[in-house]
Design a protein around this ligand. Structure first.
Ligand SMILES: Nc1ncnc2c1ncn2[C@@H]1O[C@H](COP(=O)(O)OP(=O)(O)OP(=O)(O)O)[C@@H](O)[C@H]1O
Length: 765
């Protein structure tokens, strides 16, 4: 590979194009070693690439002007059509905007032969510029090709071993919107040795300000395979912190929308994340890739939008929530719903004019049994039963020589006697009322939970003081999921075309079911890390989770290369792996970043003591006692700890990029006060960082999925103690330790958890 580097670079997106410039065939005059400053400006090759960039920009401008000039007056028959068309045109104009911070292309492929041509024909090679969107010139020839087009795939997949007919792969680097660097790989040249990409390294380390950005210029081969896997199958991705799961999931949606636009436009797509601040953090990625229509929601929001839902304002104890989230609850609910059906003992007598028609009880029973056996939704059966009874009446009418038509059948189905019979045999069920009864009426619960839930579990479910009505009940999120399940037993939930489920390890079986019914006829991308499960019901195996989701055949893929966290930091965090997820392999960070980890103990006098080295975390205050209970916040050294934490924040702010101060939820008020006293403004998670406001104070419970260039982690033992059990506490700590891209400072006054103090044999650090 030859690199022509510049100063700090920023690789960016573009579109697909065959080169229409004067350059043809393979680039000659290969150079090695980086280029900087005036040299770079004088590089004739860069000059030519910049000319293609300018020409592509001009072409994009013309595409936009063409759309703006469209006159729709003659083609729209009425104002409704006109409004729809105008909105589509507006969207198209927006999509064709040339954004200065997202360069039009980020790569180039020179194929040895024309794409699709038989090599034996000796067809001349073709060149394509790869970017975020398609741009064509006035003749319709491509200037930039969409990264999702099949012809772009070798940009991500070609290798020395398998060049895929690519002679040259070129990556471009940008500085402040200017094309300033490139890196070449001559994939079919056996004399050139493969090197790691400096542009990839620069892109990962580019300081983070604002929301999450896309990785379209640097998607790695194993990530690309997941991104481009077909719409038909579901995929589950297990990957340690920072392996790009979220990025891959979002790019997969963009890819699927490109490859199956019509189908997904009809059926819809959805991204599910753990909380609002996480969703806010990722919400710009798809729009930056030109996809504006993808909805986002948390599981709570998803079930809250279901019919007949309740307002959540209660919180369950962990023990109760575990039972409510258990898959056995689905069986309890099913039994409870179906228990409303009673087999008829009376005939139905329909009077029409002077005639009476009698459907005997045994015949009614047959109809009811048939509906029960067919196992259709309870509500659908309730709606079908009157027609079935009416049909039985019609058969009798025909037998007696009448010739009734469909209108007669409808009229019979609406007959008061038929309605009364249906109400007695197959009454309507209100899902929320049903759940209310299960949680308040011990006998009703026992009847349907028999053989499924123990007496203790049933007790955990029952409200101590049963509420008087749906409105006064203190519904919890787990209750809302139960109501959602009951809703689906009554009437089928609408399924989308594709659902991406992020941080999936934290869902309960009942939550998986709720998500699964939203993609029952579509497919899913499930993303998660078993080691980061911090709910009491966190999943222990993907096979189980996928079965609850209704996608037992989903392919489980593993991502092991870590892009976010530097090697030193991930090695330190991985000391926790044997305790939190034995069997999982440590992430292999792609980045060496010496000095990225510092562990500081604060002694009783308040003096921070730096650990001698990143991997040797010996500290002066460590007593070796295991962590038990919450740290004593009244202890005299709390203020000293706060001061040391603030000092670490001030130090971190000297770097470019975002800073996250992560602390146990209980420590947030004290740290907020300390930051304010030191005149350090800070944001809450989800609030967008800007160049002027770069420090975020993050409760450990909200850190999942987020990342900061520099992280200060306050008092690890308090993070552990903030959770109901040690394993969950250590998992929460693992999450907090793995949010940093460039540097992590751990500050502690109490002893570190033993697990963190003990280097793990399997760890690289
Ligand atoms: N191929 C890549 N090129 C550049 N950056 C990448 C690449 N893959 C991932 N990253 C970056 O690494 C960081 C971590 O990615 P992401 O948040 O998707 O990881 P994750 O596996 O979801 O992490 P977590 O488990 O902590 O939620 C992000 O900044 C992302 O942009």
């Amino acid at each position: 590979m030859s690199a022509h580097d510049p100063a700090p670079t920023q690789s960016n997106p573009g579109t697909d194009s065959r080169d229409s410039s004067t350059e043809t065939g393979r680039e000659t005059g290969r150079e090695t070693g980086p280029r900087t400053g005036p040299d770079t400006a004088a590089d004739p090759l860069l000059t030519r690439e910049r000319a293609h960039l300018s020409a592509s920009r001009a072409a994009l401008r013309s595409m936009r002007e063409d759309v703006q000039a469209l006159d729709i007056r003659d083609v729209t028959a009425n104002w409704v059509n006109a409004a729809v068309l105008e909105a589509q045109i507006e969207d198209r104009i927006k999509a064709l905007a040339d954004l200065s911070h997202t360069p039009l292309f980020f790569g180039r492929l020179d194929y040895l032969h024309a794409v699709g041509a038989d090599e034996a024909e000796g067809a001349e090679g073709e060149r394509f510029y790869i970017g975020r969107r398609h741009v064509h010139d006035a003749d319709g020839d491509p200037m930039v090709i969409d990264w999702r087009a099949p012809v772009s795939q070798p940009f991500y997949q070609a290798s020395k071993k398998n060049p895929l007919d690519v002679g040259l792969r070129r990556r471009f680097g940008y500085t402040a919107g200017e094309l300033t660097a490139y890196e070449d790989e001559h994939l079919s040249d056996p004399t050139e040795t493969a090197q790691s990409s400096k542009l990839l390294q620069a892109e990962i380390e580019r300081p983070r300000v604002g929301p999450m950005r896309d990785i379209v210029a640097t998607i790695q081969p194993e990530q690309d395979e997941i991104v481009r896997s077909g719409l038909g199958g579901s995929v589950c991705v297990q990957g340690g912190p920072g392996t790009g799961k979220t990025a891959v999931g979002l790019h997969r949606v963009a890819y699927l929308l490109y490859a199956h636009r019509d189908r997904l436009a009809r059926t819809g797509t959805l991204v599910i994340g753990p909380n609002a601040s996480f969703l806010h953090y990722i919400e710009q990625v798809l729009p930056a890739l030109g996809e504006l229509e993808v909805k986002q929601a948390t599981v709570d929001e998803l079930v809250a939008s279901g019919p007949g839902q309740v307002r959540v304002r209660g919180v369950d104890s962990a023990a109760t929530a575990v039972v409510k989230g258990d898959a056995r609850m689905a069986q309890v609910l099913r039994r409870a719903v179906r228990s409303h059906v009673t087999l008829p003992t009376e005939p139905v007598m329909v009077v029409r004019g002077s005639r009476r028609w009698r459907v005997p009880a045994y015949e009614l029973e047959e109809l009811v049994r048939e509906l029960l056996d067919r196992d259709i939704r309870y509500g659908a059966a309730h709606d079908a039963l009157p027609q079935r009874i009416a049909h039985a009446v019609l058969v009798q009418m025909e037998r007696s020589g009448e010739a009734p038509d469909d209108r007669v059948q409808d009229a019979v189905a609406r007959n008061p006697a038929v309605k009364a019979a249906v109400k007695a045999v197959w009454p309507a069920v209100d899902p929320a009322k049903l759940v209310l009864r299960l949680l308040s009426d011990a006998d009703f619960l026992a009847e349907h939970a028999e053989g499924l839930l123990t007496a203790e579990e049933q007790k955990a479910l029952l409200w101590e003081k049963p509420p008087r009505s749906l409105k006064t009940a203190k519904w919890s999120s787990a209750d809302a999921v139960l109501i959602d399940e009951a809703n689906d037993l009554v009437s089928r939930t609408h399924s989308l075309g594709h659902v991406v489920l992020d941080e999936a390890q934290d869902l309960s079986p009942m939550q998986y079911r709720a998500v699964g019914r939203r993609c029952s006829t579509g497919s899913a991308t499930v993303l998660g890390d078993l080691a980061q499960g911090t709910t009491p019901w966190a999943t222990a195996s993907w096979a189980e989770a996928l079965a609850h989701l209704g996608k037992p055949d989903a392919v489980v893929e593993e991502l092991t290369a870590g892009f976010r966290v530097p090697r030193e930091v991930i090695a330190y965090a991985s000391r926790l792996l044997p305790a939190i997820s034995p069997g999982l392999t440590e992430v292999a960070s792609v980045r060496e970043s010496p000095g990225s980890l510092e562990v500081r103990a604060v002694d009783a006098a308040g003096t921070p003591v730096a650990s001698p080295s990143a991997t040797d975390t010996t500290d002066t205050t460590h007593t070796g006692t295991p962590h038990t209970g919450a740290p004593d916040t009244r202890a005299p050294d709390t203020r000293a700890l706060d001061a040391a934490v603030v000092a670490a924040c001030v130090e971190s702010l000297r770097h470019e990029g975002s800073i996250g101060l992560i602390a146990a939820d209980a420590r947030i008020p004290a740290l907020a006060a300390a930051l304010s006293a030191a005149d350090l403004p800070y944001l809450a998670p989800g609030e967008e960082t800007t160049a002027a406001s770069r420090l975020t104070l993050v409760p450990a419970s909200l850190a999942k999925g987020l990342e900061y260039d520099y992280v200060v982690l306050d008092e690890p033992s308090a993070v552990v103690a903030g959770e109901p059990d040690d394993r969950t506490g250590l998992r929460r700590l693992y999450v907090a330790l793995t949010r940093a891209v460039s540097g992590l400072i751990v500050v502690h006054g109490s002893p570190l958890p033993d697990e963190l103090d003990t280097p793990w044999a399997g760890s690289a650090g």
